[in-house]
Design a protein around this ligand. Structure first.
Ligand SMILES: Cc1cc2nc3c(=O)[nH]c(=O)nc-3n(C[C@H](O)[C@H](O)[C@H](O)COP(=O)(O)O)c2cc1C
Length: 199
């Protein structure tokens, strides 16, 4: 079983339609730890030792967040800046994260077809993920393609429920199967990799 750490970053959870449901759907799953960063650190004073301990205790690290200004809400940047220290995550005496797997779970307001070179947002989603991907690479982690839900504003309640159910099913697969990382990297989205490689 993979031990999964969900680093959830959403500053407006009381207004969240989609992420709140997705997170709720995976609450209480065995070997899945949900670390709600805005709830745990409302003052942004991140407990670096605690966060580093959590990282070492898990195999798959998931940064789960709405897409804000083509990136993540600000607490996640704070988390990267403080937790992925030289000597822990990288550098001569670093390497604590070596061999772990990581991925972003993202919801976007804009529709999928806007995230193309000819579309409104001018780049595919994975082009915006390069800082995450390269940070993972520096830490010798396996970075999987993003798991994304697009067009979040257009979803009705039934669609939100079914996305949350699917997320739970996919998290269970990621927990219970060996993840074929190099095959995942052939896909643009981890959603598709999971459905095709982990039927
Ligand atoms: C500050 C802010 C920035 C946003 N930036 C983007 C963006 O860059 N691209 C995009 O597609 N949607 C963007 N959105 C839309 C959010 O991604 C969308 O509201 C969110 O995925 C909905 O999830 P929720 O119901 O859990 O809040 C932004 C929303 C806010 C509030």
């Amino acid at each position: 079983m993979n031990r999964i750490l969900i680093l959830f970053a959403h500053p407006l959870q009381q207004k969240s339609r989609i992420n709140a449901q997705m997170i709720k759907s995976i609450e209480g799953l065995e070997n899945v730890t949900i670390n709600n960063l805005y709830n745990n650190y409302p003052d942004f004073f991140i407990d670096v030792n605690k966060e580093q301990d959590l990282l070492t205790q898990h195999d798959l690290i998931i940064w789960h967040h709405p897409f804000y200004w083509y990136s993540a809400p600000s607490i996640l940047k704070e988390w990267f800046d403080l937790v992925l220290e030289h000597g822990f995550a990288f550098g001569k005496n670093g390497g604590e994260l070596k061999g772990k797997t990581c991925m972003n779970v993202i919801t976007t307001g804009a529709r999928k077809e806007t995230y193309t070179y000819n579309g409104f947002n001018r780049y595919p989603l994975n082009a915006f993920m390069i800082p995450f991907e390269q940070s993972a690479h520096l830490c010798q982690m396996n970075y999987l393609p993003p798991y994304a839900v697009h067009g979040s504003h257009l979803l009705d309640d039934n669609e939100v429920n079914s996305i949350a159910r699917q997320y739970k099913a996919d998290i269970i697969k990621l927990r219970d199967y060996d993840i074929p990382c190099s095959n995942f990297k052939k896909f643009e989205y981890s959603n598709d990799a999971i459905s095709q490689l982990m039927p």
